[in-house]
Design a protein. Structure first.
Length: 377
């Protein structure tokens, strides 16, 4: 057996997405906490069904955090698989180990906390409008019993804001590191690899998950851009009207641009590296084509001189070479395949419907569902 020492993984080199135990537990517990809050809030009546925008917003956060769990698991595995497949050349093993250590350091850089604090501030901002701080600063006597659910919600949303800030920082780091990978390493395309991406599909899948994290809130915004102006209560009064439409539309446009950028921008350097490798391999494939041509001409020119067995042997050799040529002539130049691209394109349809006039059937269906909720509350 050959020497496989170049692809043996050192567990100490694996990328650690969250190295701080407290933050790791926060990110793991956040989706569970949101789910419990949704159930208990509806059951005990703390979250009114008359505010479906808030309820669906919490559900969107829940989905985003669940998607992040899948994304986080794939980060170390995706980079390890590149080394196992020898897409990263064995001669670059030491440099790649340093790259992974640098990725761990950047993922856990203190600036991630800054992002979390920004989201906490954003979460607290709405409570200024609600008036919860009157409990501490307003005149008169305030009942703690009346305010404690709101205070509890304020603390919970602050923790969720911290978690979402940490998630956003890790999304940015992964995008930067995938981009750096193509610029820093001399990558090696695997000809005829089963993933149909030259062995690079783990990176394409990783960037797709990164983009899906952007798509989740975009879907929420797209739905409410369409639904908010139409939703009425049982008395026929519009619940939201156009109050949030402009704000949601602005965020939706931003996310609609950010999602494909998050998907394609990191992969562009990988694509460029695959193109360079493809050009080198193309010369070898073309040489194989020339050998097929010479063999075909030789078989034609010497057809009268060759015995039946000799002609059959050359014909068999020619057939094998032609099959090999067919397998190697399609050299992949993107770390994504058609099915992956279609999945990503489909994920963008729902948000964009909110900005077009093509969504009336969906609007009607959502409107009927919203009326059902209003009438049943």
């Amino acid at each position: 057996m050959g020497d496989r020492s170049a692809v043996v993984e050192d567990p100490g080199d694996r990328i650690k997405v969250v190295s701080n135990l407290a933050l790791e537990r926060l990110l793991m517990a956040a989706p569970v906490a949101v789910g419990v809050a949704l159930v208990l809030g509806v059951v005990v009546g703390q979250f009114s069904l008359d505010d479906p925008m808030y309820l669906s917003g919490l559900f969107t956060v829940l989905v985003a955090l669940v998607v992040f769990q899948g994304f986080a698991r794939r980060i170390p595995d995706s980079f390890e698989r590149l080394q196992t497949r020898q897409v990263v050349r064995p001669t670059d093993r030491a440099k790649f180990a340093d790259f992974k250590k640098g990725t761990t350091r950047l993922l856990n850089h203190p600036i991630g906390i800054v992002f979390g604090v920004m989201f906490v501030a954003f979460a607290l901002l709405r409570f200024v409008v609600v008036g919860v701080f009157d409990l501490f600063t307003g005149p008169g006597t305030y009942s703690f019993d009346a305010y404690w659910p709101l205070l509890l919600t304020m603390v919970a949303e602050s923790l969720l804001g911290l978690a979402l800030g940490l998630v956003l920082w890790r999304m940015l780091v992964v995008a930067m590191k995938v981009r750096e990978l193509g610029d820093r390493f001399d990558l090696q395309v695997q000809l005829n690899h089963p993933d149909k991406c030259g062995g690079f599909r783990p990176l394409g899948d990783l960037c797709l998950w990164n983009a899906l994290l952007v798509t989740v809130p975009a879907i929420y915004l797209g739905v409410w851009v369409v639904l908010a102006p139409t939703l009425q209560d049982k008395a026929g009064k519009f619940i939201y009207g156009t109050t949030y439409v402009e704000l949601h539309s602005a965020f939706l446009v931003f996310l609609a641009v950010l999602a494909p950028v998050t998907f394609l921008w990191p992969l562009w350097s990988i694509h460029a590296e695959m193109l360079r490798e493809s050009a080198r391999l193309r010369a070898e494939v073309d040489q194989a084509g020339q050998q097929i041509d010479r063999l075909s001409r030789d078989l034609l020119d010497r057809s009268s001189e060759l015995s039946a067995d000799e002609a059959a042997a050359i014909a068999h050799d020619l057939e094998v070479r032609q099959e090999n040529y067919k397998l190697t002539e399609r050299i992949p130049t993107w770390p994504i395949d058609l099915n992956l691209a279609l999945k990503f394109g489909t994920s963008q349809v729902i948000p964009l419907l909110g900005l077009t006039g093509l969504s009336s059937p969906i609007v009607d269906a959502i409107d009927r569902f919203g009326s059902f909720l209003s009438n049943s509350s």
